[in-house]
Design a protein around this ligand. Structure first.
Ligand SMILES: [Zn+2]
Length: 178
């Protein structure tokens, strides 16, 4: 089954409206808290990215602060995606998921829930509407490293995540990353 792209887009769009997000970086912690989640921070070595715990009305999103801040933002967004999209077990743990091109994702054997949560995170952290404001009608040279890095910084995302997102939105030509 293909992932539910339109449902994810609609959900993200509603969140951006509700939380009045007019510019990046998207306040992902505030949004997660607004959806009833407590954020639990822990510094752990290893490839643990985070987790989502749900029991009754108790919702906890765990984040490994050992990872880079941009990764932590992605983790919160990913777990929030699970919270809003999926009926998972009480405890869902994510290890070292990566933002990758879809072909790579499927070759990694990630299941649909993971792909949807990643998709949700990318849409939420790099909203199409904000990127459009930033990029359309401007002469931004996205092949220029500095421009690219400052855009990634503005959104609080990794350069890799931004590259994939911009490619998906048609701002960058499709490239093979290997
Ligand atoms: Zn996950």
């Amino acid at each position: 089954m293909p992932i539910r792209r339109f449902k994810i887009q609609k959900l993200v769009s509603e969140l951006l409206d509700e939380f009045e997000v007019a510019e990046p970086p998207v306040p992902v912690r505030r949004i997660a808290r607004g959806r009833g989640a407590r954020i639990f921070l822990e510094d752990q070595e290893g490839d643990l990215s985070g987790f989502l715990f749900r029991r009754g009305s108790e919702i906890i999103i765990g984040v490994n602060t050992h990872q880079a801040p941009v990764r932590q933002r992605f983790t919160i967004a990913h777990e929030l995606g699970h919270l809003l999209l999926h009926e998972l077990h009480e405890l869902h743990v994510d290890h070292g998921f990566m933002v990758r091109l879809r072909s790579e994702v499927s070759s990694l054997g990630l299941d649909e829930d993971e792909m949807e949560a990643n998709r949700f995170a990318a849409e939420l952290l790099m909203p199409a509407r904000l990127l459009k404001e930033d990029l359309e009608g401007r002469e931004l040279d996205l092949t220029d490293d500095e421009t690219f890095r400052s855009l990634a910084k503005r959104y609080g995302v990794s350069a890799q995540a931004l590259a994939i997102r911009l490619t998906g939105l048609g701002y960058l030509p499709t490239v093979e990353t290997s």
